[in-house]
Design a protein around this ligand. Structure first.
Ligand SMILES: [Fe+2]
Length: 491
């Protein structure tokens, strides 16, 4: 049964016909591999380029002279890229949606003489006439925020990339007039993939001022830029892709005489570094470890606040931190979801074309089942001390263990199923939800749920899930009712 109906209207915001698609959207991995094309394998990319150095991926030339024909795809890459965003698409969005300057669209121009950025001072509702004059009369670069909110093909691509990275993937479109530059030199705090959609643009990449910065920079002045090492100058043409790590200083100018340029910046890995994770994890780890390790429960020195800068205090603190780190290797009984992953599941794109209804009939003990969108389901367990209590809704089907079913080691444990299938696409990267949607089940459901998750798109017999008699079927019905479980019954 198809999960969504194909419509036959002429909107440019719908998905692009399969025979014109030039990326492999079959799976998150195949999509990423097709994005970096022939340049290297995914393993090589992570080993050699990711967070380390830029990678320019020019389009392949096909034998016929048509550019960007990658053997396994029928669509040409430059033609496909040009349909991801262009002036007609911009116009359709501006006319059909309520957009605001600042929030959805910005306009700016880099003054090459004064070496600074000039911003259009617009606010309020966006109109097609004004956008036209900002671009054609004022010769400003239009920056369109998060077009995946409106264009289905970008939704499809970015949702798959979010599954690939396990991190939110945002995008911005930059439409620059002929021979013009929009932004001043700067660096970002995200990993960046540039897709050249139309026209040509010259990119200058410079060595970072800060390696892998946690914040984006303000505009760099000319003196600072002159002091940086120029890493590369690249002329991007339609169908080309460029990756550079966060921190790479960059500026880009459309090539005079080649018409306007449109490029799409896809970015990811904002606040997703080890430091962010540890910052988030330490309170939980400390709480668990202090219950177990006596040295962490010893009192601080008397009037410790007068001693925090002494060598003795620092030595004691170091020893406490070592006990904390050691307790990590011992604590194998709790698997929790930190707030980084909860935030990801609360705010990522929902699956493209997902339905909000039950798939198949309700499950029975003789059914075959599978998760409808395994990439969009996160299974976790814990004891509720972390933020599980306030991130999950209490459901009618809440399956808190009763006294009978409790085992000594699992009495307080609970299993959580977080899911992103009902997230809102229209607010992606614009508004933040605090909590992912979730269901709570008894600890005994853990084995069955992990089997379901591991089997991915394969159906499994309910009898093979080894679910506890008293709660197992209720759990499956709860998942099915939420549209998370697909079910095949014998009759
Ligand atoms: Fe940037």
């Amino acid at each position: 049964m198809p999960r969504f109906k194909k419509k036959t209207n002429k909107s440019l915001l719908k998905t692009i016909p399969m025979d014109e698609v030039a990326l492999d959207l079959g799976s998150p991995d195949s999509l990423f591999q097709s994005l970096i094309q022939h340049s290297c394998s995914i393993e090589r990319f992570y080993e050699y380029y990711w967070e380390q150095r830029h990678l320019y991926i020019p389009c392949l030339k096909s034998e016929s002279g048509d550019n960007c024909q990658d053997k396994q795809f029928s669509g040409t890459r430059s033609s496909y890229f040009s349909k991801l965003f262009n002036h007609e698409i911009l116009k359709e969005i501006v006319v059909s949606k309520k957009l605001e300057y600042g929030k959805d669209i910005c306009a700016c121009r880099f003054d090459d003489e004064k070496k600074c950025r000039v911003n259009a001072e617009e606010d309020g509702p966006v109109t097609a006439d004004k956008v036209h004059s900002l671009f054609h009369v004022d010769e400003m670069t239009l920056q369109f925020h998060q077009p995946q909110r409106f264009h289905d093909e970008l939704w499809k691509i970015q949702e798959k990339l979010e599954s690939f990275f396990g991190s939110q993937v945002g995008s911005n479109v930059y439409m620059t007039p002929d021979g013009s530059q929009g932004l001043a030199p700067h660096h970002d705090n995200v990993e960046v993939f540039i897709l050249q959609l139309e026209g040509e643009k010259e990119w200058k990449l410079y060595s970072p001022v800060v390696n892998l910065p946690r914040n984006s920079s303000s505009d760099f002045d000319d003196t600072t830029v002159k002091g940086l090492t120029l890493l590369d100058t690249i002329i991007m043409k339609p169908g080309d892709v460029l990756y550079f790590p966060r921190g790479t200083v960059h500026q880009a100018k459309s090539i005079k005489g080649t018409g306007h340029s449109t490029h799409l910046t896809i970015s990811t890995y904002e606040t997703q570094c080890w430091g962010d994770y540890i910052l988030d994890f330490i309170p939980y780890l400390t709480d668990v470890a202090a219950d177990k390790v006596v040295s962490l429960r010893r009192g601080l020195p008397r009037k410790y606040y007068n001693q925090t800068s002494t060598d003795g205090f620092k030595q004691n603190l170091k020893e406490a931190l070592i006990s904390l780190a050691e307790s990590l290797t011992e604590s194998t009984d709790v698997e929790m979801s930190d707030s980084i992953v909860c935030n990801f599941f609360a705010n990522r794109l929902p699956p493209f074309g997902s339905v909000q209804e039950q798939l198949g009939k309700n499950p029975t003990l003789s059914s075959m089942v599978r998760l409808s969108y395994p990439d969009h389901v996160l299974i976790s367990r814990g004891k509720g001390q972390y933020h599980a209590e306030d991130t999950l809704e209490e459901e009618d089907n809440d399956l808190e263990s009763d006294e009978e079913g409790d085992k000594e080691d699992s009495g307080k444990m609970e299993v959580y199923v977080y899911y992103s299938t009902r997230n809102r696409r229209i607010t992606h990267m614009m508004e933040e939800e605090e909590k992912p949607k979730g269901l709570r089940f008894a600890a005994e459901c853990w084995g069955g749920l992990t089997t379901l998750k591991k089997s991915e798109s394969d159906f499994v017999e309910v009898s093979d899930l080894n679910l506890p008699m008293h709660v197992g079927l209720d759990m499956l019905v709860a998942l099915w009712a939420e549209g998370l479980l697909e079910c095949k019954n014998d009759n």
